[in-house]
Design a protein. Structure first.
Length: 189
């Protein structure tokens, strides 16, 4: 699930396209103008736009129907800029992953790179975690670190972290899928 550029999505698609246990069933964007959506479409993936239209409940009902119809077993949020309600995330416990550009639990929410620079921290990074009802609050699965140098700006830091995000996300997804085949054997859908 994406909202923007979709570079994490593209990296997942590329790195995992030959994994025998993985079939990318659906790319969902909540933004019809998302550049990532255009790229996924050009690559021939099944894409859907689902806009919230200020009605979160309706959005999540439609999302639920779509995910069940497509027999989705794992949801990867990759730059998906929308908070899901607890009733939705409870239905998908340990089935939704998110990537966040900070070393959680530090710097939840937006603008992580400028906030970490202002904090004086010397190490920054990214986190893949399960999604629960709390913002960026679910169980942490793995993290990658980058050093902050004195010349870093939020742009250079963002670029450095994004490179690590791309490596981290597919590593975590591959690990989860292959670990005891859990998404195939434990799925309730
Ligand atoms: C990434 O930094 C991701 O961690 C954050 O939003 C950015 C999305 O980048 N949630 P992209 O759309 O994957 O290029």
């Amino acid at each position: 699930m994406i909202s923007g550029n979709g570079s994490n999505m593209l990296s997942l698609l590329e790195e995992l396209k030959n994994e025998p246990l993985i079939n990318f069933a659906l790319i969902i964007s909540n933004n019809p103008l998302s550049p990532g959506l255009k790229k996924a479409h050009q690559l021939g993936y099944n894409c859907k736009v689902l806009e919230p239209n200020n009605n979160k409940k309706n959005f999540e009902n439609c999302l639920q129907i779509l995910l069940v119809k497509e027999r989705i077993q794992l949801i990867c949020m990759a730059g998906f800029m929308q908070i899901l309600s607890s009733s939705f995330t409870r239905n998908w416990k340990k089935r939704i992953l998110n990537i966040h550009p900070s070393l959680l639990p530090k710097f939840k929410g937006l603008n992580t790179h400028s906030r970490v620079l202002a904090s004086g921290d010397k190490i920054h990074g990214c986190t893949v975690h399960y999604v629960n009802e709390q913002l960026d609050g679910g169980e942490i699965l793995d993290q990658a670190r980058v050093k902050i140098t004195k010349d870093d700006t939020s742009t250079t830091l963002s670029n450095k972290v994004l490179i690590e995000e791309h490596k981290l996300y597919f590593k975590v997804v591959r690990g989860l899928i292959t670990k005891e085949n859990q998404f195939l054997t434990n799925s309730s859908f």
